[in-house]
Design a protein around this ligand. Sequence first.
Ligand code: BGC
Length: 735
Amino acid sequence: MRFIILTLTALLLAGCGKNGPTEPWKNPKMAVEKRAEDLLRRLTLEEKLDLLSGDGFMSSHGIPRLGVPAIRMADGPVGIRTWAMPGAPDKPGEPQTVHATAFPVGIAMGATWNPDLVAQEARVIAQEALVLGRNQVLGPTVNIARTPLWGRNFEGYGEDPWLTSRMGVAYIGAMQGEGVIPTVKHFAVNNQETRRNTVNVKVDQRALEEIYLPAFRAAVEEAGVWSVMSSYNKVNGAWAAENPELLNEILRKRWGFKGYVVSDWASTHSTGPTVNAGMDIEMPGPTVMPGLKDFMKNFPGGNPGFDGGYLERSKLKALFDSGEISKQTLDESVRRILRILFISGIIDRSLTPDKAPTKPEVDTPEQRLLARKAADQSIVLLKNDRNILPLDPQKVRTVALIGPNAEFNRVGGGGSSAVNPEYSWKPADGIRERAAGKMQISYALGATMEGEKETAPAATLLKEATDLAAKSDLAIVFVGFSAALEGEMADRKSLSLPAGQDDLIQAVAHANKNTIVVINSGSPVDVTKWVAQVPGVVEAWFPGQEGGHAIADILFGDVNPSGKLPVTFPKSMADSFAPIDAPEIEYKEGIFVGYRHFDKKNIEPAFAFGHGLSYTTFEYSNLTLTPVSPRYGQTVTLLVTVKNTGTRAGAEVVQVYLHDVKSSVERPVKELKGFQRVELKPGESQVVTMTLDRRSMWFYDPLVKDWAAEPGEFDVLVGSSSRDIRLKGQFALYE
Ligand code: BGC
């Protein structure tokens, strides 16, 4: 008897009956909604209020009394950023001791046009997050590259909403599959760093709907994303973190978002309006806000008036007591957070800690391979005259490696997305390793990276480089940016390469006509000063820890390049939009961003959106569309045959653009509506199938405030880039 009573007491204390836990929130067999409701019911007012603010830099509040864990966050999106982790310093800027796999930056992943690869990347990032004790990753970034000078273009997937959406959806789905919370960011219209903390972006509804929001919408509607991060800026007059139109109307009511919104770090400006607009967790926590206030004051373009800690318990309590924040509103926020804690498995994993991953699985050989594969597929061969590439060891015996990025792997862009990998492979080492015994490799710096320590006078460095180039069979100049020159908190100042690099390329090209340029950048650069003088140009982005291997893979032809530009390279900033240094910016161009702008104004870009060469050739044939006269609700199936007509295996990204022949509003000359990457052996052909649904055809009609697909003809443009259309077809949409 005594034994039975003891057992029963123990079971009750543990909240367990014979058939599992008796407290519904602990029972994994119950529906998430019921569990969340049960847990919500058990919380004190203080516990609820605490859930609405962070605890330190990278954590939410847990509910210690009930053993509910905190949400432990880590920056993404291109790998786990390790500050504020156990064993790692808790303050930004301090040296890091914990490592994670550094993948190529977002724009590089965009250049792969390979959502499956993005999914594999996100899976690894999620697994590493769990190993490092994190359960929320602050990524993907899906903001659109409106201006080539945005310091953070490298984090996103480029200028096109469809491409960005596909990548974002792939990332989110894969990460959630691992039980880690992705955070699609930054919601919304965060497209420049200049005054990013205070700027008011005025953008018309059509541009919002067609350009800036589709990737967020896809994240919610298609991937069912668990968390969204609001941005720093104001959108049409209201701070993004307290914007009822964006958060409650569009995100929740219209798209059906069921997760929670976190504020960007130090981007809140009020208590009542923030909570009432539907922003759920203020980050970071109130205890670290004072430090951030100073930070905000001190960096150019920061927010000197910033306060913060608005959702701290006592401030919320006062408004709760006064009725400005209702119980219903508070409960809704808490419910949203709890729901994701259940749906992601965070609570269950904490209830059964033995099931949590214990073996450190960071930097495994498989992860390294994936980082290399991602970089391989991201590199874009921009120009290849005289088939200068791939390097032929039979013809090329001596190679001069020149430039500030040869002996330095520019892993990523600057700011919160920086990952600290175990190692980082330099281009020069990748090339030396591959050329060993076949080619003689020599090196000259040529020019110091702007902002880095000068080792010799510029003229001396230049002379060394040109002398070396002149006596070599071939020269490769590694130029571009550093993380200090391209990153968060500042926009790039111009389209040009950093100081001295244009001159370096020109001088080397003059000394050796076999000069190849390899660029590291997170955004377009001005190539016009030298592109005509060099036969080969390669865009390698910020390629992650395996950069050096991947660049060698491409230069030697071990991997056939297949990357395609996710952004237009303008010939001049006069052809594009620059960040604006003003308290208020109006996006006057509306929907005409990126190639939509270049097409409308009939401007020749230096390199077009979607451009990217291969060491083989592809032929397009037999475009068929069925039905050719769809009715509303029907899809059009597109078939096209692609053949590898060259002598090497390779991959082609087949791109499908639509043009609405006649419309009641002005529409872009073409818009990307489908793409597929196909791998083909020499001589092999494949029939590529894609479907175009009503959403491919519609536009946002500001008059009726809704999307409309108007009956009439649509041109279907199929090609290898937005300016290399190989086949055209047409269908007519009927009522
Ligand atoms: C960035 C976010 C980042 C956060 C936390 C902010 O400055 O805008 O993208 O996730 O810091 O590091």
